[in-house]
Design a protein around this ligand. Structure first.
Ligand code: G3I
Length: 454
């Protein structure tokens, strides 16, 4: 780690800052907490690691925002910092979502991983459709790096400077940058990024480089050669977009060989996809796979930690890119922690109270929130049990008031709310679920209450 620079100190300061706890996500049935007893970010910090997630700026309210702030100490903008997002028209910049995420991170004691400066994808069409001389391309790239890194100087702890430079066979990918500037676009980009923010940690990031293979060996050789040449490079990002049951057996060995070059290693985009629908066996395998990744990182001192590529199945790139696949993240689409979440917590030394087996549980979540109003939902799910009718109750902690409900009969008296099934949805079969929703008003804060299913 670059302990002589500010980055390590800054990282540890952020880790120790702790989460802003904005109400816990709890489930009920026997009012059992599904979340880890200690947030993942605190468990990771105790191990000297970071626990991050990719986020979408527009979603950072309600339950999504609560979980992002509570459980993670690093955030990566999933799309907001890509060239196509920040400069859709040449010379016209849109920093709104990137700024929003950086501000959120600072408000929650989190660090930001900037993603990404030089890539072949998600570039603006004016750039990809242009016809540029090498000199023009050089100027464009240098200006882009100066502008973006400079804007967030001191606020973005690490940058994925170069993203996905290699083909699967270890040759350089044919891109705007490689074709126009040759392989030295990588060294130049790193050098320009260092000049723009000397304290930021600089990474090269790629996928299918988790195990020892031709592609990861090409990355290894590149990093070795950059180090030998004195080019600024602080770390490698192993994305880890994995397939169920296919965590490479050489994962730890591969992390270690990069660490032995004198660079940090970060798991930057972890998700583990499966063929849908998910079932207990697949989710159990997925938990084991998440644990294997965590353990590989935990075993290597210079592995800085793990970032998941979206923490909820409702905010994952998988279903649209791999039709029929999904369920790749640690929380389901209703924000209920999955076995993978518990496996991450356990690998970090946490104790969690998993849902009882053979039970029905209720999960409350805020699905959207605006200045004075919000929409919430409760999902009642059964596994190894079933219901023929149900009643869910909770007590609002901050004066929230339900104004309208659907798919349930809800009454509120003071803070106390009771919702029972409608005539048509009292039955919840084993393996099934029912969801009801409501609108409400709030002011000041909107914490998630503990719900009881009875
Ligand atoms: O913003 C537009 C929206 O206006 C439009 O209505 C909608 C219709 O399709 O598209 C929206 O843009 C999408 C964008 O995500 C934001 O949601 C793009 O179509 C979609 O292609 C884009 O996908 C992103 C993908 O990179 C592009 O390659 C994913 O969200 C993002 O998670 C993914 O992330 C990459 C990492 O950057 C690098 N490693 C691989 C990883 C997964 O592909």
């Amino acid at each position: 780690m670059r302990s002589s620079r500010t980055s390590l100190g800054r990282r540890i300061a952020a880790l120790c800052a702790g989460a802003v706890t904005v109400g816990a996500l709890l489930t009920a049935g026997t009012t059992t907490a599904h979340a880890a007893d200690t947030p993942l970010r605190d468990l990771a910090a105790a191990k000297g690691k970071v626990m991050g997630t990719a986020v979408t700026g527009s979603k950072l309210t309600g339950t999504y925002g609560d979980i992002a702030g509570r459980e993670f100490n690093w955030l990566t903008p999933g799309n907001a910092m890509k060239w196509g997002s920040v400069e859709p028209t040449q010379g016209t910049f849109n920093w709104a979502e990137a700024d929003q995420i950086v501000n959120f991170a600072e408000a929650h004691g989190q660090e930001v991983r900037g993603h990404t400066l030089v890539w072949h994808s998600q570039n603006p069409s004016w750039l990809t459709n242009g016809s540029w001389t090498p000199a023009q391309l050089t100027t464009l790239l240098q200006n882009h790096i100066n502008t973006e890194v400079g804007r967030y100087k001191g606020r973005v702890a690490a940058w994925d400077v170069v993203n996905e430079p290699f083909n699967e066979d270890g040759t350089y990918r044919s891109t705007l940058w490689y074709n126009g500037l040759g392989a030295d676009y990588i060294a130049n980009a790193l050098t320009w990024a260092r000049a723009a923010d000397p304290a930021a940690e600089l990474y090269i990031n790629d996928y299918n480089v988790e195990g020892v293979n031709a592609k990861s060996t090409a990355l290894y050789n590149l990093v070795r050669s950059l180090k030998e040449r004195g080019v600024p490079i602080d770390g490698v990002g192993l994305q880890a977009h994995l397939i169920l049951g296919q965590v490479p057996s050489s994962f730890q060995q591969n992390i270690q060989r990069f660490a032995d070059l004198g660079v940090d290693v970060a798991i930057t985009e972890l998700d583990i996809r499966m063929q849908l629908p998910s079932d207990t066996a697949k989710l159990t395998q997925q938990a084991a796979d998440y644990k294997a990744v965590m353990n590989a990182c935990l075993a290597v001192t210079r592995c800085t930690g793990v970032t998941v590529w979206g923490f909820t199945d409702s905010d994952s790139w998988i279903p649209s890119t791999f039709p029929g696949q999904g369920a790749a993240t640690p929380y389901d689409e209703n924000y209920a922690p999955k076995p993978a979440y518990h496996a991450i917590a356990a690998s970090l030394g946490g104790t969690t109270t998993p849902p009882p087996t053979g039970a029905c549980t209720a999960v409350y979540s805020v699905t959207s929130q605006w200045n004075t109003g919000f929409t919430g939902q409760v999902r009642i799910g059964c596994s190894g049990a079933a219901l023929s009718s149900w009643r869910v109750s909770w007590s609002f902690g901050a004066g929230q008031q339900i104004t309208q409900a659907w798919n349930a009969n809800c009454t509120q008296s003071g803070a106390a709310v009771t919702c029972s099934n409608a005539s048509y949805n009292g039955t919840v079969p084993d393996g099934g679920s029912v969801t009801f929703g409501f609108n409400g008003s709030w002011s000041g804060s909107n914490p998630v209450p503990v719900v009881t299913l009875g």
